[in-house]
Design a protein around this ligand. Structure first.
Ligand code: GLC
Length: 549
């Protein structure tokens, strides 16, 4: 097995992690200071969201210079130091390559927009207006509003799958593909441990640019179903792999919204284009599809389990990440539970699944202490997409209160509030004014308080992480689900040659029965809540193991 299959990964949203300068935004030095903390969670890979030079319209996902560090986070020497210090803790640094688009302030785009004949003129997706002067197609960008913006210098529109300030690169141009591979190699030479490939399913554009069916009151058509995962995309990605990571002891994980589970074998595994991809089917069960974000669906636990199982099954010989949170989704204790019960109990139950399923667990900062959603006035949000979505909801006929309720439920800022380190001012995140409000209950939910509490979410995560690292079957063992129809319990075996683990997790606020015969011959590795024979307490967890005969 490779190192990245055996380890646990942790995602950092650096702006909100730890500020060492008192400026209200996190720094690379802040990450360096917290390496011992990360080691205590058995982390071996740190995915850091973009820290490259950026105007920060989308908090770094609008890159102006891929080979420079934004002064907000520090300097190149801080990144070099982070990579080197990380090695001392056996933690490798995984960078986030935003290669579908750049910032509109990237020199490539500034040149490209000047006229139709310069060296960079084909580096972006430029199209003529429709005969009436309007946008080339009726596509709605993922952040809302038209996906096209007019540029008078060229009398053309450019495509942006995301915000106006994030023009899409033209991967059909060989120079673009070469330039991007050069960027990846620049970071590999510096010792990066791998890459997360942002929004990668959008890099190949359709052969024909045509209007889609109008699907909302704004008269537009969601871009995602029309442009994601187009035929030919794998050719670009194979080329990228061959030029960069192939044969190196690093890993790649693609953000692959739009790849169906039956296509996973082409994407991951020996002959795939990445080592792993993030599939979102399970996150979409409670969230709904991204385009219908303000309509939360009704859902059942069996659907969530099925989504997770499908991902698991369809990777075949390949490998997948296991995750419930990232910087784009609401906090998991809110997203996956609408029932009563404490955040801590919910976080421990979900954390158990995270750390015992087959695949590399990706924790997201704050998940390990049970951080949860916030609910603010609209002007207190920072996220570019939350504003666009609020406007979209109003256009769809929701009133202000309803539109705000949807923002509370879905906003990406839910996951971006500053990390809660202690009970001091600003949760110990900064001595300055935090760029985004600190969540109100940091006095109770914070690393320092939870470190000294045996029953805390953090202690549970540490316990489970260490059990995982000590019990080989939880890493390399096969995965077999049982009780698939059960609407309260998630249960499965993890089995290798010598041992079988049995995981039983009650993901509901009511006691849940199981057949006591299931546990015969097993001994308990760890449990949480007051379970009885054949009955799990609300959010109860039972993790058992036996030696195979
Ligand atoms: C990805 C990122 C998200 C970003 C978007 C545009 O989905 O995870 O945060 O806004 O791409 O780069």
């Amino acid at each position: 097995m490779k190192w990245w299959q055996k380890t646990i990964a942790y995602e950092i949203y650096p702006r909100s992690f730890y500020d060492t300068q008192g400026k209200g935004t996190g720094t690379l030095q802040g990450i360096i200071e917290k390496l011992p903390y990360l080691q205590s969670l058995h982390i071996g890979a740190l995915w850091i969201t973009p820290v490259f030079r950026s105007p920060m319209i989308d908090n770094g996902y609008d890159v102006a210079d891929y080979t420079d560090i934004d002064p907000m986070f520090g300097e190149m020497k801080d990144m070099d130091q982070l990579i080197q210090e990380g090695k001392k803790y056996d933690i490798r640094i995984v960078l986030d390559l935003v290669f579908n688009h750049t910032s509109d302030q990237c020199p490539w785009f500034l040149e490209s927009k000047k006229d139709r004949t310069n060296q960079y003129s084909d580096w972006y997706i430029w199209k003529d207006p429709k005969p009436d002067g309007s946008a080339p197609t009726n596509w709605r960008s993922i952040f809302g509003g038209s996906a096209w913006t007019y540029c008078k210098e060229r009398n053309q529109y450019y495509l942006h799958t995301f915000a106006v300030q994030q023009p899409d690169l033209n991967w059909a141009d060989a120079q673009v593909r070469k330039a991007l591979a050069d960027v990846a190699n620049f970071w590999l030479d510096k010792g990066a441990g791998g890459f997360r490939m942002d929004a990668v399913t959008y890099i190949k554009k359709p052969e024909v640019f045509a209007d889609g069916p109008v699907d909302a009151n704004d008269g537009m058509s969601a871009i995602h179903p029309l442009t994601a995962n187009q035929p030919g995309i794998l050719d670009y990605l194979h080329e990228f792999k061959d030029r960069t990571v192939k044969g190196k002891d690093v890993f790649t994980v693609g953000e692959a919204n739009g790849v169906e589970t039956d296509e996973l074998p082409q994407w991951v595994g020996k002959d795939g284009v990445f080592d792993m991809i993030f599939s979102f089917d399970h996150v979409h069960v409670p969230l709904g599809k991204a385009e219908e974000w303000c309509y939360a669906p009704e859902w059942k636990l069996s659907e969530l389990k099925q989504a997770l199982n499908n991902i698991e099954k369809s990777t075949g010989e390949g490998w997948c990440p296991v995750f419930f949170e990232n910087h784009d989704s609401p906090r998991s204790v809110n997203n996956f539970f609408t029932c009563e019960g404490s955040y801590a109990d919910k976080a421990k139950a979900l954390g158990t699944v995270l750390l015992t399923m087959r695949g590399t667990p990706f924790m997201y900062q704050g998940e390990e202490i049970g951080m949860h959603n916030t609910a603010w006035d609209i002007h207190e949000y920072n996220d570019v997409s939350s504003y666009a979505q609020y406007q979209f909801a109003l256009k769809e006929g929701f009133n202000e209160e309803e539109a705000l309720a949807a923002v509370h439920r879905f906003s990406r800022d839910n996951a971006r509030t500053p990390m809660q380190w202690n009970s001091e001012v600003n949760a110990g995140f900064t001595s300055g004014k935090p760029w985004l409000k600190v969540s109100e209950d940091y006095q109770k939910i914070n690393v320092e308080a939870e470190e000294t509490d045996n029953g805390s979410v953090l202690s549970w995560y540490r316990k489970l992480a260490s059990i995982r690292q000590q019990h080989e079957e939880l890493i390399s063992g096969s995965y077999e689900e049982i009780m698939a129809e059960d609407e309260q319990i998630f249960a499965y075996y993890r089995k290798d040659k010598t041992h079988t683990a049995l995981v039983l997790v009650n993901l509901s606020s009511q006691p849940a029965d199981f057949d006591p015969a299931l546990t015969q011959g097993f001994s308990v590795l760890v449990q949480c809540q007051k379970n009885q024979t054949g009955k799990l307490a609300p959010f109860g967890v039972l993790l058992l193991e036996k030696t195979n005969r």
